[in-house]
Write a protein that binds this ligand. Structure first.
Ligand code: GLP
Length: 255
């Protein structure tokens, strides 16, 4: 595992985008795993500033709410369309999001795992982390080998995501999420984390025991993980734990 510590949230985007641009230059038809939430947004903004041909890149989203009407501005299908597909000028036909408005969401979830396999698997999976340690929408207690499936959101997650909706009640109760086992099959996991409010859970995930109580702790078992964290989020990480930590400052951090 390599950990880049940068001064600001926007610098997490610059460093992570540099990694993605290098991947796409060496593999123009790379398959990216796309995360939503606030943390990855600086990546997409920074990646749009790289002169790299994105026309053959595919994208597969991590998760989606169940039950929002098609076209709802906060559905992840719409967020991915606005923030990723349009910004990076990806081919919309090469971008997929789990179908949260399917008549049979369980079936849509199983089909999504097949779609990932049909794409040849995910080369780089972008990830954020929830305050309770969730990865995608794998809430605490999720099996470490879980597949893409329908999950019930915790109240903590619904509260955190209420900021995107007009009322807290509007936040859906369920979602389709890539499973932890699904995420672990990606070739490279790229976790971006910002803010002091994530410091405790990031330290638990990277330095604590690997346990379903903290789903993001599964990262410790993946052979190729890059963490890009701002100083506030990295402030409680143990030093000398065998992980390679690099402090990136100045122009190299894009600041
Ligand atoms: C969301 C997403 C996750 C994301 C997490 C943290 O609900 N489903 O994929 O990583 O919560 O979001 P944020 O980066 O906004 O804190």
């Amino acid at each position: 595992m390599e950990i880049f510590v940068v001064p600001t949230a926007s610098a997490t985007g610059s460093v992570a985008a540099g990694i993605l641009a290098a991947v796409i230059r060496s593999k123009p038809d790379a398959v990216l795993g796309l995360a939503t939430g606030g943390s990855p947004l600086p990546i997409y903004k920074a990646l749009a500033g790289h002169s790299v041909d994105m026309s053959s890149v595919s994208g597969l989203a991590l998760d989606e709410y169940v039950g929002l009407p098609a076209g709802h501005s906060q559905s992840y299908a719409e967020v991915v369309r606005r923030e990723v597909t349009e910004r990076l000028q990806l081919d919309p036909a090469k971008v997929a999001v789990p179908d949260g408005s399917a008549a049979d969401p369980e079936r849509a979830a199983a089909e999504y795992d097949s779609a990932i396999a049909a794409a040849g698997g995910i080369d780089v999976q972008i990830l954020g982390i929830g305050h309770n340690g969730h990865l995608a929408f794998n809430e605490p207690g999720s099996a470490l080998d879980s597949r893409t499936r329908v999950e019930v959101l915790t109240e903590r997650t619904r509260e955190a995501n209420a900021r995107y909706f007009s009322t807290p009640e509007e936040v859906p109760l369920r979602c389709i999420t890539q499973g932890l086992g699904t995420i672990m099959e990606a070739g490279h996991l790229l976790l971006v984390v910002n803010g002091a409010d994530k410091a405790g859970i990031l330290a638990a995930a990277l330095n604590g025991p690997v346990t379903a109580a903290c789903p993001a702790s599964i990262l410790q078992r993946h052979p190729h993980v890059t963490v890009v964290a701002d100083e506030a989020a990295a402030s409680l990480l143990a030093s000398g734990s065998g992980q390679v930590a690099v402090r990136v400052e100045g122009a190299a951090a894009g600041v």
